[in-house]
Design a protein around this ligand. Structure first.
Ligand code: PLP
Length: 285
């Protein structure tokens, strides 16, 4: 696979990052994951805009312009022959000469940028979406700026492992009695024709897929309620689902051992998945 590191396209085994890189030492960096369908980028502008925001919140500057970013994504997709898959992008606060908590002067220490592709044939036609996934609930013990897409992913990784140990597929995190989001996705429940999902704040990542799916849902005359919900309310809902760039819309068929809608995907989540895939393919660049 060809990857991109700080201005160069290289075979993955020749790519190098300093051991002093603050991404490596301190998780001081941000990332984005953009899906590729039909060799084209899905929701690229949304991901680029959120990247700018994440960088701004952390007083970091992008080492490349928005145009260059798009060109690098496209070049990697082409060089690696990706038809369906993802492009991973990470920008960290670079590598000062030593380890220090204080941010280095950006004039002396440029940020590091790395991109690579992940080939996932069958991403859109994922058989898991037909069955749905089972989730458990866990405490949300992450930091208070979950709106910034940092590479600090240890707790989400632990959450996925807790789910796996419990025989489930993923976990929803709960804070002060309310669901925040999934370990790597936004969380929704469905009651009748109403889609309920937590509103935007610093408590959750502002999902790019979330924004698109809510827009499509409203356009399809579904009701959208952005408000907090509990696990108890979720267990009594008609349906549930998650959204993310890599899973699009994924039905949830079991929460903490309670099956929803007889343990099979309902009507709303599969329809939203279909609409999302169709519309975002049309708008892909
Ligand atoms: N919430 C969290 C914690 C995530 O890590 C992600 C994606 O990685 C999402 C939500 C979904 O965001 P997006 O739709 O932009 O992929």
């Amino acid at each position: 696979r060809t990857v991109y590191v700080n201005g160069e396209y290289l075979p993955e085994n020749e790519a190098k990052i300093s051991i002093f890189d603050r991404g490596f030492l301190m998780a001081d960096g941000v990332y984005e994951v953009t899906s590729v369908l039909d060799g084209k980028l899905i929701d690229f502008d949304g991901h680029a805009a959120r990247l700018e925001r994440s960088l701004g919140e952390l007083d970091m500057a992008s080492p490349v312009t928005a145009e260059e970013l798009l060109a690098i994504h496209r070049e990697l997709v082409a060089r690696n022959g990706i038809d369906e898959g993802m492009v991973y992008l990470q920008i960290t606060r670079g590598a000062p000469g030593d380890r220090d908590f204080v941010f280095p002067d950006p004039e002396e220490t440029p940020s590091s940028i790395v991109l690579f592709t992940q080939d996932k044939p069958g991403l859109a036609d994922n058989p898991v979406a037909k069955k749905g996934i089972r989730i458990i609930s866990i405490d949300d013990i992450r930091w208070g700026r979950r709106d910034i897409k940092t590479v600090q992913l240890l707790y989400p990784s632990m959450g996925k492992m807790m789910a796996r140990k419990a025989g489930a597929d993923d976990a929803w995190m709960v804070e002060d009695g309310f669901v925040t989001e999934g370990t790597s996705n936004n969380a929704y429940i469905v009651k009748g024709n109403r889609i309920i999902t937590r509103g935007l704040s610093n408590d959750i990542l502002h999902g790019i897929t979330r924004a698109a799916v809510l827009r499509f849902a409203r356009e399809a005359q579904m009701e959208v309620e952005e408000r907090n919900f509990t696990i108890e309310e979720a267990r009594e809902a008609d349906e549930a689902f998650v959204t993310s760039a890599s899973t699009f819309v994924m039905p949830v068929v079991e929460i903490d051992g309670t099956p929803l809608g007889g343990g099979v995907p309902g009507r709303v989540a599969p329809r939203l998945r279909e609409i999302y895939l169709e519309e975002s393919r049309k708008a892909a660049i």
